[in-house]
Design a protein around this ligand. Structure first.
Ligand code: NDP
Length: 253
């Protein structure tokens, strides 16, 4: 595949991401977690749903990487893949088992649509790393590599730490919701989402390539409408919800 065709596929995928953003923002939020609702067909266990949603991206990256693979892949390219897998191994195989989600369900169609999303992102990143990426040792001298790396690791830390703060709100066996306090929750309703967006922004800056930018755009398309929906949901459910708390940008939004 030529670089031009590859780029056109990603431009098309970005366009679909932008349309998805507006659909999720104005039409309806994705029906899983606290936004689960009837009318979405067959349901599966929440835990299984998370594993089905998140595992394929690892497999698709490996698949497309191997399909496209040219000789002499640089160590830095493997380093970027390793960081990407670090996030998704946690998300697919660790996070779902810590969730206190006994008896909760999600629509199968949501898990399957996430697989489609992962197929495209796995193609974008895997094919690029296998075929087009040129990350020699001189890349380490670029300041955006280090800025992106710090942003990526910082975002990941915020994301994981905030996710586990939420999970810890429930005692084993509980399934209801409480107002989270402490840490970044004092400022925003969804610091885990903020962390996710910072993390993939960092990844795009660090790797400086179209597929990582595309991945970040898609992350925002999925996460920002979800953040706003969570924030609104908290305000409606808890009359005593802290009035000064923003959705996900401290003091701003
Ligand atoms: P939430 O942030 O709503 O919840 C995370 C976990 O904590 C769930 O088990 C949830 O239970 C529980 N929980 C949440 N709020 C409370 C509360 N107030 N009281 C008690 N328990 C609570 O999940 P999301 O699905 O929004 O996000 C989960 C992770 O997935 C985040 O890290 C997010 O960044 C990431 N994500 C990434 C996307 C992407 O495109 N890259 C898209 C969407 C999410 P329950 O499931 O019962 O609600």
């Amino acid at each position: 595949m030529t670089y031009q065709i590859y780029n056109y596929i990603l431009y098309g995928w970005i366009l679909i991401g932008i349309i998805t953003f507006f659909y999720l923002l104005f039409k309806q939020s994705a029906p899983y977690g606290r936004h689960t609702r009837a009318g979405w067909g067959m349901e599966i266990s929440n835990r299984l749903g998370w594993i089905i949603m998140e595992t394929p991206v690892i497999l698709f990256v490996i698949l497309f990487f191997n399909i496209a693979k040219k000789p002499n892949i640089s160590t830095l390219t493997y380093f970027f893949m390793g960081l990407f897998f670090l996030h998704y191994i946690h998300r697919s195989f660790i996070f779902p088992f810590f969730m206190r989600t006994k008896g909760k369900k999600m629509p199968l169609v949501i898990a399957l649509s996430a697989m489609g999303f992962n197929l495209m992102n796995g193609f974008g990143l895997g094919y690029y790393w296998g075929h087009f990426a040129e990350y020699g040792n001189e890349y380490l001298q670029k300041s955006h590599f280090w800025i992106g790396l710090v942003l990526f690791l910082g975002g990941m830390a915020i994301n994981i730490f905030s996710d586990y703060q939420l999970i810890a709100l429930r005692k084993p066996g509980e399934t209801g919701y409480k107002i989270p306090f402490s840490g970044l929750f004092e400022y925003v309703s969804c610091p885990n989402h903020l962390g996710e967006i910072l993390e993939w922004a960092g990844f795009a800056v660090m790797t400086w390539c179209l597929p990582a930018l595309t991945f970040w755009i898609w992350t925002m398309a999925n996460v920002i409408p979800r953040t706003l929906a969570h924030h609104k949901w908290y305000q409606e459910k808890f009359p005593d919800y802290p009035a000064k708390r923003k959705a996900f940008l401290p003091f701003l939004w």
